[in-house]
Design a protein around this ligand. Structure first.
Ligand code: ADP
Length: 515
């Protein structure tokens, strides 16, 4: 059976009170309690009365007060305590209403520093008076450790967010794998490479099947053990492997893949990072360059051969003036074709680099068009061309030489791709209440298949089955770039076997500036 403390408590040197033992055993218990009280590492104090006067205080409590050299016994808590003054009324209330109180991590200024304390106040009666047993301990080290852990966590979370933003912002695909090859993190570019309806990118990027869609640069399928991630997880570093991949949209992409192992502090492979940069644009440029070289060598050689042959024949026919004149004309035509091709190439380069300087002036189409058609006589079958000019045409703000180039390209195509007797019309009229002018060049020729129509304004594009080997497939491309440089637009409608209409819309002078 537990002993009861029945009398007032007197500490060594404390004022008043004593344990009153009913038996020897009570006396022993009382002595034990006093020893435990005094020796406890937690600060213990017994306070009585509304003024919270100390009647017994152990060494640990005394060490926690702001003046350890002063004995707290007979003084009051408001006078001498490590608790903030604002908490004293709470203690007083606990003493009066008998409700235990727990104050946690209360900051208390100690000179320039701050210390933190927790306190439990247990109401009891002592010598017939309401009393509180105060249990006090310092939590400064704990609070500071928690604060620095929170700051470290905050820092780590901010860093992680920054890293996420960086990973998401890089145009290259980025994937982070764990040691088992599961995906821990990936960015949008990586997801787009494996995008497939209903398949989570995380699953697709971790799937061994992913690499079956890849081939090496030389077209060989990629062996599973050659997959960059597999190699990185085996501890290797893969730098810039050129791979080809068939994307879900069935377009082929060229990728530069790099991968490296992520190592744990003990040097174990803990995962791998994979980056995939899309090299398709570079490959497309290389293809375009190869096409260009092929085209130039083929298409420029044709008129050059003609020049060579005609010059040869010219030498043999030196005595016959009629033949000399024919051959000379053929030579001039071939030279003109070569000159046009070279001009097209230069003009394209300037347009693409944004370096073509236009010299716009107000241009009256009603006088420019008939003059142009007359000037083209000899080179083109202009007798087939009918001009339909609506009255009240506003002047255009255009570079006349470039505008002639646009119209000549459309006219020569219309004549080139339509039979000998078929008419070609050029219909011109105001648009948008005079803010623009529309020019439609129509022929009744071979027409363009729908699958070609979408591409006729592309660089080097020639419709399949295009009859004549003339030109580089740059005519309509340059036409579009020139129209756009004039802030206009061009479109084409066509039906196979029935003919085509190319329609351009250009801003009228005085409404729109031209760069
Ligand atoms: P090219 O120099 O080969 O004529 P263009 O850029 O002028 O190149 O035209 C591209 C392709 O568009 C041509 O190869 C031709 O197949 C097609 N095309 C252009 N204009 C017409 C037209 N009026 N009728 C039919 N096909 C056309």
């Amino acid at each position: 059976m537990a002993s009861r403390v029945v009398g007032p408590v007197a500490g060594p040197g404390g004022a008043g009170g004593a344990f009153v033992a009913s038996t020897q055993r009570d006396a022993d218990d009382r002595e034990l309690l006093a020893a435990v009280f005094d020796a406890s590492a937690a600060g213990l104090a017994l306070v009585v009365g509304e003024d919270l006067r100390y009647v017994r205080v152990n060494w640990a409590y005394r060490a926690l007060t702001s003046a350890p050299e002063v004995d707290p016994v007979s003084r009051t808590v408001p006078e001498l305590s490590p608790l903030p003054a604002a908490r004293i009324p709470n203690l007083r209330r606990a003493l009066l209403n008998g409700q235990p109180l727990h104050l946690e991590d209360h900051p208390v200024p100690f000179g320039p520093a701050t210390r933190w304390f927790s306190c439990r106040a247990r109401p009891l009666r002592h010598a017939g008076c309401p009393a509180l047993l105060l249990e006090l301990w310092e939590t400064t080290a704990f609070v500071l450790a928690r604060r620095s852990a929170e700051a470290a966590l905050d820092h780590a979370l901010r860093r992680a967010a920054e890293l996420d933003a960086v990973i998401d912002a890089i145009p290259d695909g980025f994937v982070l794998y764990d040691a088992r090859g599961e995906v821990l993190r990936y960015n949008g570019s990586a997801a787009r490479l494996v995008e497939r309806e209903g398949v989570d990118p995380r699953t697709a990027l971790a799937s061994p099947g992913l690499w079956r869609r890849f081939t090496a640069a030389d077209g060989r399928p990629l062996a599973p053990e050659d997959a960059p991630v597999t190699r990185a997880l085996a501890g290797e570093t893969v730098l810039g492997a050129h791979l080809r991949v068939a994307t879900p949209s069935s377009a082929e992409r060229w990728l530069l893949a790099s991968s490296a192992a992520v190592r744990a502090p003990d040097n174990r492979v803990a995962g791998a990072v994979l980056t995939l940069s899309d090299e398709s644009a570079v490959h497309a440029l290389e293809d375009a360059r190869d096409d260009l070289v092929r085209m130039i060598s083929h298409d420029l050689r044709t008129p050059l051969n003609a020049v060579y042959t005609q010059a040869h024949l010219l030498r043999q026919a030196a005595q016959d003036p009629a033949k000399v004149s024919d051959r000379a004309r053929a030579i001039v035509r071939s030279c003109e074709r070569m000159s046009t091709m070279i001009h097209d190439l230069v003009e394209t380069t300037l347009l693409e680099a944004g370096q073509l300087q236009l010299a716009p002036i107000p241009v009256d189409l009603a006088s420019l068009l008939p003059e142009l058609v007359e000037r083209l006589r000899g080179g083109l079958e202009v007798d087939r061309v009918a001009l339909e000019l609506e009255p009240g045409l506003p002047p255009l703000l255009a570079d006349p030489a470039r505008l002639e180039r646009i119209l000549t390209n459309l006219l020569s195509n219309a004549l080139k791709y339509s039979p000998g007797q078929a008419p070609v019309t050029v219909a011109v009229g105001p648009e948008d209440g005079g803010a623009a002018v529309g020019i439609a060049v129509s022929d009744r020729g071979v027409g363009i298949a729908p699958e070609d129509l979408a591409h006729v304004f592309d660089r080097y594009y020639r419709a399949r089955g295009a009859r004549r080997p003339e030109g580089l497939g740059l005519g309509l491309y340059i036409t579009r770039l020139l129209v756009e440089a004039h802030r206009g637009r061009i479109e084409a409608v066509s039906a196979l076997g029935q003919g085509s209409t190319f329609r351009i819309h250009l801003p009228a002078a005085g409404r729109e500036g031209v760069e």
